[in-house]
Design a protein around this ligand. Structure first.
Ligand code: SF4
Ligand code: SF4
Length: 334
């Protein structure tokens, strides 16, 4: 294990304990724009937003300093829509070790040059969406040629050997038969994969949620296969989170006990704080958000990756974070 990884793991672990004791937020998602070049069938966003009110890079830096999270996602819409993206990254990366920074993109405006620049500025991980392991991805995203672009680009980037490209795929009825092939595709590209659970809250489309007995049985089989064969891939979604997804759908798209605001929150393009991407109430401070939303929140309508990962128990989180660092840096993919 090299010294850098020791240091990084130690800082991450102590900051985790620090945030746990001081009841600070673990993870924030900076949605720096809601403009997007895709128009995905499972999302409420799509297309450019004229005259969108945008907070400055300095404002995003200030918010990150005040909230002091372990993990910061830079997302959207698509973050590459912002011409000042590099400035935002510079302001948000507080020092060499934290926050652990993840850039989430559909990949259409991503390139090897941008990867190198963002990497040198401290982005730790790049999360690229993939719905299908072939051209059906273009149809779902509304961009012709997107799949082929990723098919060329991702292997170009993973050849650097930094193990920092993660494919993210949403589990829903249309993608259920593809989960294994998606993991295989990520492997073929030299990337890892995480799964998230579909929520009907974005589009109000319940047809995409596996709620019928035969769909739930199929989901169960697929998840079991993943759990039993995870050693063949780099799948970062832990067994406990996969079980959580299954429980969410079995329970009719509901899991009580949401901790949005306490453990995670989202920052809108204008710099206002919202509990999550599905809620429209916004606040100036986290204290206000907790007081006016989190304390009485009884919504359980999503179990997206951000929620599922931050709501694990302390013991599970420590165990799974250690396993994550091990897999990220050391495990040789099959
Ligand atoms: S899922 Fe992502 S890429 Fe697709 S429309 Fe929504 S924000 Fe854009
Ligand atoms: S369960 Fe929590 S994170 Fe999910 S939509 Fe409801 S408030 Fe947001």
């Amino acid at each position: 294990m090299d010294t850098q990884i020791y240091k990084r793991s130690a800082v991450f672990f102590f900051r985790f304990i620090h945030n746990w004791i001081l009841k600070k937020v673990f993870s924030i998602s900076l949605e720096i724009t809601h403009s997007c070049n895709c128009n995905c069938t499972h999302c409420d966003k799509g297309g450019p937003i004229p005259d969108e009110k945008l907070a400055s890079p300095e404002k995003f830096g200030q918010i990150t300093r005040e909230l002091n999270p372990l993990v910061t996602q830079i997302s959207g819409g698509d973050p590459f829509f912002r011409k000042d993206l590099y400035q935002i990254v510079k302001n948000v990366k507080l020092n060499k070790y934290y926050p652990y920074m993840v850039l989430v993109t559909n990949g259409w405006l991503f390139s090897e040059e941008k990867y190198k620049t963002l990497k040198s500025m401290g982005v730790d991980e790049f999360s690229v969406s993939l719905d299908f392991p072939d051209e059906r991805h273009d149809e779902n995203r509304g961009i012709s040629g997107l799949y082929q672009h990723l098919n060329n680009l991702i292997p170009e980037i993973t050849r650097y050997g930094n193990r920092d490209i993660t494919i993210i795929s949403v589990i829903r009825n249309q993608t259920l038969p593809e989960l294994i092939r998606l993991a295989e595709k990520a492997n073929e590209w030299g990337a890892s994969i995480v799964f998230s659970a579909y929520t009907p809250l974005r589009t109000n489309d319940f047809d995409e949620a596996p709620l019928q007995p035969d769909q739930l049985e199929f989901l169960h089989q697929q998840l079991n296969y993943i759990k039993n064969n995870r050693h063949n891939f780099r799948i970062y979604t832990s067994d406990s989170v996969l079980d959580g997804y299954y429980n969410f759908f079995t329970n009719g798209c509901h899991i009580p006990g949401c901790r949005a605001g306490y453990l995670s929150l989202v920052v809108n393009p204008d710099g206002k704080l919202v509990p999550c991407a599905m809620q429209s109430v916004s606040f100036d401070t986290r204290e206000e958000l907790i007081r006016q939303f989190s304390r009485t929140n009884d919504c359980g309508g999503c179990y997206v990756s951000l929620r599922a990962n931050t709501e694990r128990t302390l013991g599970k989180t420590v165990k799974e974070v250690i396993s994550y660092f091990y897999q990220t840096k050391y495990k040789t993919s099959a």
